[in-house]
Design a binder for this molecule. Structure first.
Ligand code: NAD
Ligand code: AHE
Ligand code: ZN
Length: 370
């Protein structure tokens, strides 16, 4: 069949909206009709050509919500009509990672996913006979997509897919990094670097964790009002303090450093600052931002010797099939507020505008409706 999709034919070029061919689901696979998808900075990162795993042509997108249209042979955990959130971090429940009790990083389909292919090493997308890659196992910038069964969280049908799609990446990543990865304790001091969708979700998570002080840092002061509304107690623009390294400024503001910091940008210099603004003896810094090919982090080992901890977090440490349905329920009860993130809505035809708004710092999340 045909599907209307935004195709990334080449790095650094706008997406092209076109009808492409999509094959039906094979064994263990599911055809999903996407109702809505957010646009995350990671989509822009891959489109830019900086992603070592970036492949072209591809159908990008990984923050979607949809409805199961058809299932392949042997699929038992979802059925047509189910409402689902596609997962870029699958959950097979049987691999060594899933059964370790230590990580959400299921590896069952990760190798082929990173090659832009389905688990049988082929693609379901093509145009005039030319193969088009999948992306992050989700490819939500298409009206129809095919994903592995283990890459779907089945959610409450009453949940608005054009909002809970944000739990497919940004909001879950930020809240999960606070609650699952750092395990922020009540009364803590938290620093958040970067106030896009991820940083704001970290703020929301820090409020849920009852942090006492939440310091929000961005070079775009236009981000501060929303950060304050969501619970930031202090807002800092490093460019207002050009003579003082930002880590020193935060250490001075907090009597020795924060208990927890989160890097939500993908800038390796800021990652260093985020570690070094942590309190000696116990401060923990979580890297969430994704840095480009060839980038490396640096600090003096003494920073770690003296008790600071450097961690990373992918999809907020959340096991998607098990935990995402509960987070959707939390959103429906108002315990997770998704409305503040949605600054723009538009149809697929205008998706390139969503990327421009992000690059101009004018949006938090644009939700694309099909
Ligand atoms: P975004 O573009 O919406 O937000 C980034 C923010 O960082 C912007 O407000 C920008 O002004 C700010 N910023 C840029 N440079 C800065 C600097 N030097 N100092 C302070 N602030 C600065 O992006 P997003 O969608 O929120 O994503 C943030 C990062 O998280 C990206 O790198 C993305 O790829 C990554 N990400 C990681 C995961 C994960 O699972 N680890 C999940 C989603 C996104
Ligand atoms: N492909 C990149 C890394 C990209 C990356 O780190 N992705 C995050 C999710 S970002 C979502 O917006 C992630 O979950 N990583 C774990 C994983 O298994 O991909 C590279 O550097 O090669
Ligand atoms: Zn994302």
């Amino acid at each position: 069949m045909k599907t209307r999709a935004a195709v990334a034919w080449e790095a650094g070029k706008p997406l092209q909206i076109e009808d492409i061919d999509i094959e039906g689901p094979r064994a263990g696979e599911v055809l999903v009709r996407i109702i809505a998808t957010g646009v995350c900075h990671t989509d822009a990162f891959t489109l830019s050509g900086d992603d070592p795993e970036g492949l072209f042509p591809a159908v990008l997108g990984h923050e979607g919500g949809g409805i199961v249209e058809e299932v392949g042979a042997g699929v038992t955990s979802v059925k047509p009509g189910d409402h689902v959130i596609p997962l870029y971090t699958a959950e097979c429940r049987t691999c060594r990672f899933c059964t370790s009790g230590k990580t959400n990083l299921c590896q069952a389909v990760r190798a082929t996913q990173g090659k832009g292919l389905m688990p049988d090493s082929t693609s379901r997308f093509s145009k005039s006979g030319r193969m088009i890659h999948h992306y992050m196992g989700t490819s939500t910038f298409s009206e129809y997509t095919v994903v592995p069964e283990i890459s779907l969280a089945v959610i409450n049908k009453a949940a608005p897919l054009d909002k809970v799609c944000l739990l497919g990446c940004g909001v879950t990543t930020g809240i999960g990094a606070v609650l699952n990865t750092a395990k922020v304790t009540p009364g803590s001091t938290v620093a958040v670097f970067g106030l896009g969708g991820i940083g704001l979700a970290v703020i929301q998570g820090a409020v849920m964790a009852k942090a006492a002080r939440i310091i929000a840092i961005d070079i775009n002061p236009g981000k501060f009002e929303l950060a304050r509304q969501m619970g930031a107690t202090d807002c800092v623009n490093p460019r207002d303090h050009a003579d003082t390294p930002i880590q020193q400024l935060i250490v001075d503001m907090t009597d020795g450093g924060v208990d927890y910091s989160f890097e939500c940008i993908g800038n390796v210099e800021v990652m260093r600052a985020a570690l070094e603004c942590c309190h000696k003896g116990w401060g923990e810094s979580v890297i969430i931002g994704v840095a480009g090919a060839g980038q490396e982090i640096r600090t003096r080992p003494f920073q770690l010797v003296t008790g600071r901890v450097w961690r990373g977090s992918a999809f907020g440490g959340v096991k998607g099939r098990t935990q995402l349905p509960g987070m959707v329920e939390q959103a429906m009860r108002g315990e997770i507020d998704l409305d503040p993130y949605i600054t723009h809505r538009m149809p697929l035809e205008r998706i390139n505008e969503a990327f421009e708004l992000m690059h101009e710092g004018k949006s938090i999340r644009t939700v694309i409706g099909f």
